[in-house]
Design a protein around this ligand. Structure first.
Ligand SMILES: *[C@@H]1O[C@H](CO)[C@@H](O)[C@H](O)[C@H]1NC(C)=O
Ligand SMILES: *[C@@H]1O[C@H](CO)[C@@H](O)[C@H](O)[C@H]1NC(C)=O
Ligand SMILES: *[C@@H]1O[C@H](CO)[C@@H](O)[C@H](O)[C@H]1NC(C)=O
Ligand SMILES: *[C@@H]1O[C@H](CO)[C@@H](O)[C@H](O)[C@H]1NC(C)=O
Length: 172
């Protein structure tokens, strides 16, 4: 999808509206339009990417389609998020992309190298299943923050209430 590669929203939407195959992937890479949207979001405009993704999903794109490396668009996104894990601006930018994928049926990849999970704030917020409208302030860009009762708190501030609880407090 050349239009997506260059981030041409109008052209991409026109193609999709006119029946471009939203699940098409070239046989050499098996990269889908959604994979390309993730690249666009990481390297260019997340807003444009989101707009195209919504159009793709409205026309039946499959959120879990894999590429040559057996990686879904969300898998790619999580790897990119890990590399950008110390950059809060990147997290804010990629969060709506991850949410869009998940809300359209993407499942967190089980085959992802654990290296890309540890310390990946995007992974943790998606995995928590507690979605907020925007990337929360002061989440921190490490994995020392956890979502408790709708708010983000530092792990070290969680005091175990009693010893029968095997919750977050035990991770201190
Ligand atoms: C692309 O996907 C098709 C269908 O699943 C598969 O047959 C083909 O081997 C894949 N191509 C590559 C390069 O992995
Ligand atoms: C992708 O998955 C298929 C089926 O499980 C497997 O045969 C193939 O080796 C995998 N390819 C890669 C690149 O991991
Ligand atoms: C919890 O367990 C620890 C170690 O077994 C013990 O020292 C502590 O007094 C216990 N706390 C409570 C509130 O029961
Ligand atoms: C200990 O914590 C658990 C889990 O939060 C709770 O269900 C239980 O009632 C608590 N027990 C006491 C004695 O406070």
């Amino acid at each position: 999808m050349i239009a997506i590669h260059f981030g041409n929203v109008a052209v991409a939407k026109l193609l999709i509206a006119n029946g471009a195959t939203v699940c098409y992937s070239p046989p050499d890479t098996n990269l889908t339009a959604l994979h390309r949207c993730v690249r666009l979001a990481v390297a260019g405009s997340a807003k444009d990417s989101l707009e195209i993704m919504n159009a793709l999903f409205a026309h039946g794109a499959n959120a879990n389609q894999m590429d040559r490396a057996n990686e879904t668009a969300l898998h790619k996104l999580m790897i990119d998020a890990w590399f950008a894990r110390h950059d809060e601006e990147s997290m804010k930018k990629l969060y709506p992309i991850a949410r869009c994928l998940v809300e359209n049926g993407a499942i967190l990849p089980t085959t992802i190298n654990k290296k890309y999970v540890n310390g990946n704030p995007l992974w943790h917020i998606i995995n928590s299943g507690e979605y907020v409208d925007e990337w929360p302030e002061n989440v921190g860009t490490d994995h020392n923050m956890v979502l408790v009762g709708g708010g983000w708190v530092k792990k070290r501030d969680i005091v175990p209430r009693n010893n029968s609880s095997h919750g977050l407090g035990s991770e201190r």
